[in-house]
Design a protein around this ligand. Sequence first.
Ligand SMILES: Cc1cn([C@H]2C[C@H](O)[C@@H](COP(=O)(O)O)O2)c(=O)[nH]c1=O
Length: 213
Amino acid sequence: MGRLIVVEGIDGAGKRTLTDRLTAELTARGRSVARFGFPRYGVDEHADLVRAGLYGRLPAVARSVEAMALLYALDRRAAAPELEKALAEHDVVLVDRFTASNAAYGAARLHEAADGRFVAWVAELETELGVPVPDHQLLLSVPGDVAGARAQARESAEPDRARDTYEADRGLQERAATVYRALADTGWRSAWTILDGAAELDVAALASRVGEP
Ligand SMILES: Cc1cn([C@H]2C[C@H](O)[C@@H](COP(=O)(O)O)O2)c(=O)[nH]c1=O
């Protein structure tokens, strides 16, 4: 049975780069790795509704924090059989964003803290829907201005990567970062490792920590 490892952090924290480097390191060590990323735009209809909400096309849905959280959670529920299969067939299943994203961004939208009502509700909701619980979560922690600059640079470099309403809201990103930090500090739903996303990452050490049974 493989290990479910989740990479979390605000937009522009460097999740994709970390996931790429960790995959390369684990593969070089002979470990088999499967990758997922959420939301699964273009794959799952709930994820496509999320995208429409994030780009202003479904204002009534997007206004409701719970409605958005349910759509994100339903995308994961639909992926659960594939995740279970990947866990049965691979040593490591690496996931870019998972349930903690729902907790951090929803609480941030509501100006709640990690020990508030919303985070507890997300845990209950995703458990109820049969979303698997990670074995380990990695938090890429970066100063808000560094993440913001990266997200902006990506928008300029990739024309189809225009920032969505969450990405464009710096206050929301800062509050999400604070909630993430508290989730990691309190070991929300699994053990966490906090990584300095602005410093050089020791990918070899990280691979040893998360990739071994
Ligand atoms: C996966 C996920 C993402 N999000 C947010 C974080 C991002 O700002 C936004 C889109 O994700 P993305 O930029 O990684 O595609 O959705 C949630 O609020 N809940 C979730 O469950």
